[in-house]
Design a protein around this ligand. Sequence first.
Ligand SMILES: [Zn+2]
Ligand SMILES: [Zn+2]
Length: 174
Amino acid sequence: MASTNDFPKPTYITGSCLCGALKYRIDFPKDHDFDKASGTCQCTQCRKNTSSLFYIYHKVPFTAFRWTSPTPCPTLKAYQATPGNSRGFCTSCGSMMYWRTNAGPHISVPIGTVDPLFLFGEGADGVEVPKEGFGMALMRCGGGHEWCGNEIPGVTRKEDISLFKRGEQFLEDD
Ligand SMILES: [Zn+2]
Ligand SMILES: [Zn+2]
């Protein structure tokens, strides 16, 4: 079995919302623990916020994150489902862009906002970015799985991850 650190790690990644109005870049600290920095959440807030069964995130120090789109961006808004915790989103296309505790030192970004080059190597040259991208580093989910009490029996149980084992897989849109 491969060790938990046996995967290529990026020094930085970029991401954006669906319409492209919001763009960001993350420069990882030298001691960044890629294994522990990602995880999932199945709380109802995250489900409704992401419109998905899982919120899969990668957490970094707030100082490692910066917007590369012009700021302040008129399409960036934050919603607080719980006072003190902000969920940033694009008012133009609806993409969720981050979750953070307002007073905390970290920011969590939804893994789906990471650009395809870094996520799975779309357009990668194999040198700066490996052909398979950095998906393994970005979503090892060694940080754990939150709100498993909300798991959907037979669908989102992390023990069997049947979500990924069942059903036909389509390479592209059906
Ligand atoms: Zn957008
Ligand atoms: Zn949650």
